[in-house]
Design a protein around this ligand. Structure first.
Ligand code: FAD
Ligand code: NAD
Ligand code: ISD
Length: 426
């Protein structure tokens, strides 16, 4: 049993949705394209799951956040795919791939063949078991990667009002979920091994601002340690956690956000990998010319830095997906992917954006005791990265524009004196 398509997108997340939109812009014909996804719903904006989806009042629910609303584009509902002749093969896991034969085999036993394949399999959440801690399949221990996880988390939140939550991990999931739990009137302790939150991006000074803000909301930080074991009641529900430093924290709910692993396994031994992802060139093409990779799973050349990176952020997923489709459909017209890394988050009343790279010396500006401040990173005499909390639309656009230009910085103290005016004036 089998079906054949000209274009197959493997994975039905953010990148898949934006790729589908681009395929229609480029004139894909009825029946030529399919999306195969393990998830039972059409592609949606994953960022909503740790933000609007967790709100106690008027929470975001599908179909409101199907792609591509996150970039102010058309909202692609199941009806939209039908009207555009795009086959959605949902609730279907691909269990093996043969890039030489150009076929995928689903868990249901169907063989799907393609002329061009776009790998958009994203990533999976790392589990505590991978760090030697068992018990994370308990009913009140929650991970957050997909809609099923988020739905389960909401159920546990609703039975935990007024109770205690332990958030394991001080990265994006930890910070965004901790804020959502507080908004749901749950007492939160955050546990992570680093000396400050958001260790991959924030400096100690930036992290301190957010930690102090969280403390005013009642969040308790337990830093420099990790979980050693869960404590269970006779029904197998977690009632608390033991930490390596000897601390015990009671818990009605545990949220775990300890990083991800890209879903590359179907292609290991068939395609070249680099930096944990599937290596692609500046057209998002893998080591097999019929196969492209986009989003969290792709390691692509970041031209502005002159090196290959794998990014785990929604803007990169959206733009790499659109670029890959353009490269497939209009190869002669498509220039190299020239991407400026962009990360952001929104928690409580706070909102920040970051562009570029966090490398080199840091120059701070603005009011760290107020609501708007930022930082520039200067590496080898050039401005390579910019962070801004509490900016206006115009200010965010300005830091993005200037960071892309990598201006020469001769005098760090002058940059500090000018602060945000430096980018607004350029
Ligand atoms: P995904 O969106 O993860 O999609 C991958 C899809 O592939 C899934 O549907 C999966 O089921 C499917 N799949 C995988 N393997 C198979 C298989 N073998 N067979 C069939 N289907 C398969 N980034 C930001 O920049 N800002 C944010 O605010 C932000 N918030 C986030 C909040 C949460 C809760 C999470 C989890 C992530 C967030 N991110 C955010 C990161 C962002 O969502 C990801 O970078 C983005 O989703 C990556 O898109 P993708 O299409 O590569 O992968
Ligand atoms: P992350 O990489 O942002 O943070 C992982 C955190 O886990 C680290 O900060 C560290 O404190 C902690 N950690 C690592 N090992 C640990 C251990 N053994 N015990 C305890 N803590 C440990 O990953 P995440 O927060 O899990 O987020 C998952 C993915 O979702 C990432 O790709 C992230 O980019 C994405 N995401 C992005 C956003 C955003 O961009 N606004 C929001 C949510 C999720
Ligand atoms: O980029 C995003 C983001 O942060 C979201 O919450 O896309 C989603 C949409 O805005 C959800 O509606």
């Amino acid at each position: 049993m089998g079906r054949a398509f000209v274009y197959v997108i493997l994975g039905g997340g953010v990148a898949a949705g934006y790729a589908a939109l681009e395929f229609t812009n480029k004139g894909v014909s009825n029946g030529e394209l399919c999306i195969i996804s393990e998830e039972p719903v059409a592609p949606y904006e994953r960022p909503a799951l740790s933000k609007g989806f967790l709100l106690p009042e008027a929470p975001a629910r599908l179909p409101a956040f199907h792609t591509c609303v996150g970039a102010n584009e058309e909202r692609l509902t199941p009806k939209w795919y039908k009207e555009h002749g795009i086959e959605l093969i949902l609730g279907t896991r691909v269990k093996s791939a043969d890039v030489r034969r150009k076929t995928l085999l689903t868990a249901a036993g169907e063989t799907i063949s393609y002329k061009y394949l776009i790998i958009a399999t994203g990533a999976r959440a790392l589990r505590l078991e991978e760090f030697g801690v068992s018990g994370s399949d308990a009913p009140n221990v929650c991970y957050l990667r997909d809609l099923a996880d988020a739905t389960r988390l909401v159920d546990v939140i609703q039975t935990s009002t007024g109770g205690n939550a332990v958030v394991i991990g001080g990265g994006y999931i930890g910070m965004e979920c901790a804020a959502s739990l507080v908004i749901n009137k749950i007492n939160v302790s955050m546990v992570f091994p680093e000396p400050h939150c958001m260790g991959r991006l924030f400096t100690p000074k930036i992290a301190n601002y957010y930690e102090e803000f969280y403390k005013t909301k009642g969040v308790n930080f337990v830093k420099g340690t990790v979980l050693s074991s869960f404590v269970f009641d006779p029904e197998g529900k977690v009632t608390g956690v033991n930490l390596k430093d000897g601390t015990y924290l009671p818990a009605d709910l545990v949220v775990v956000g300890i990083g991800i692993r890209p879903n590359t396994s179907l292609f290991e031994g068939q395609l070249t990998l680099e930096k944990g992802g599937i290596k692609v060139n500046s057209q998002l093409q893998t080591s097999n010319s019929s196969v492209y990779a986009v989003g969290d799973v792709a390691s692509f050349p970041v031209k502005i830095f002159g090196e290959t990176r794998r990014l785990e952020h929604v803007d990169a997923a959206r733009k790499s997906a659109r670029h890959a489709v353009a490269a497939i459909m209009e190869p002669d017209k498509t220039t190299d992917f020239d991407y400026l890394p962009f990360f952001y988050s929104r928690v409580f009343s706070l909102s920040w954006q970051f562009y570029g790279d966090n490398l080199g010396e840091v120059v701070y500006f603005g009011d760290f005791s107020g609501t708007s401040f930022g930082a520039y990173w200067v590496h080898k005499g050039q401005l390579v990265g910019s962070f801004l909390e509490g900016g206006s639309k115009e200010e965010y656009e300005a830091i993005a524009k200037v960071t892309r230009l990598k201006p020469v910085i001769e005098d760090l103290s002058e940059l500090e004196r000018q602060g945000l005016d430096f980018v607004v004036a350029l």
